[in-house]
Design a protein. Structure first.
Length: 276
């Protein structure tokens, strides 16, 4: 097993975001201030952004005084393809940028993730390629026949539906799913279907058109080996929380994983956070 603190020099974090106005910048700045104690350990931080170009280009200037020792690299995506398709595009740009770089690992985050310095105390098995937390919602309890069977399926990898707000992956991806051309085609297909149902979501309109399925597909086509980051005890507490409150959203918003660096998809800013 290797501790993540040993891999910092070989790793680049990449944040994905939409920046439309000054409030978008100010919000991300607050997250960076909280994350500074561990972000300042890196040499470079990638900002993969879409939205208003002038505001996006201003972002590195706002962040540089906060962490002067880090190089902030902006990857701007134009045109803005919207929420789901824009994330496909932003994620893909990170991996494209890193193709000819010396980084061994890419650590992907959404812009609303918090953690603390103990995040570097995570141990990973370097024979694996993707290190992740599974997306689990209340519907999975019925699908897998209860909590115990669901837990077994998650830990064995039989139920593999990886969250995309944070994951660590080796910089060895040859084919990112979807490609930019596939993303444009999926977006057009979705727009066509929206004409009949303006409220339909991309994942309801097109099977597998969501970030989790696309990451799982990327793992499959690149033959990557996987390691779930939650131990049995933490997974059990997560499942208890989901079951008790019937939480259908599997992205675990405002849930704090205490054993993995206080990692939290802190989507509801100033909202209550639930430790597990």
């Amino acid at each position: 097993m290797t501790r993540l603190s040993e891999l910092v020099e070989k790793t680049v974090p990449g944040f994905v975001m939409t920046i439309n106005d000054q409030s978008s910048i100010l919000k991300f700045v607050e997250y960076v201030k909280v994350n500074k104690p561990w972000l300042e350990k890196f040499n470079e931080i990638i900002l993969s952004a879409n939205g208003e170009k002038l505001w996006c280009e201003h972002l590195p200037d706002e962040l540089q005084p906060i962490i002067p020792s880090v190089k902030f690299t902006l990857l701007y995506s134009e045109p803005n393809l919207g929420h789901t398709f824009g994330i496909f595009d932003n994620d893909g740009k990170i991996f494209k940028y890193c193709e000819d770089k010396d980084y061994e690992y890419i650590w992907k985050f959404s812009s609303d993730v918090l953690a603390n310095e103990t995040i570097f105390d995570i141990d990973i098995d370097e024979s694996n390629d993707l290190f992740y937390i599974n997306n689990i919602g209340y519907a999975a309890f019925e699908e897998y026949g209860g909590k115990d069977k669901l837990a077994d399926a998650v830990m064995s990898g039989d139920y593999f539906y990886p969250q995309t707000n944070y994951y660590l992956v080796k910089n060895k991806i040859k084919q990112w799913c979807p490609s930019y051309e596939e993303t444009l085609n999926l977006k057009q297909e979705y727009e066509d279907k929206k004409k009949n149902d303006p409220t339909i979501t991309p994942w309801a309109a097109i099977q597998g058109c969501d970030c989790e399925h696309m990451l799982a597909k990327t793992v499959e086509v690149n033959n990557l080996k996987i390691q779930h980051l939650l131990d049995n005890d933490t997974l059990g507490r997560v499942l208890d929380l989901i079951e008790e409150h019937e939480i259908y959203d599997g992205s675990h918003k405002n849930v704090v994983y205490e054993k993995i660096g206080g990692l939290c998809h802190y989507h509801i800013m100033n909202g209550m956070a639930m430790p597990v």
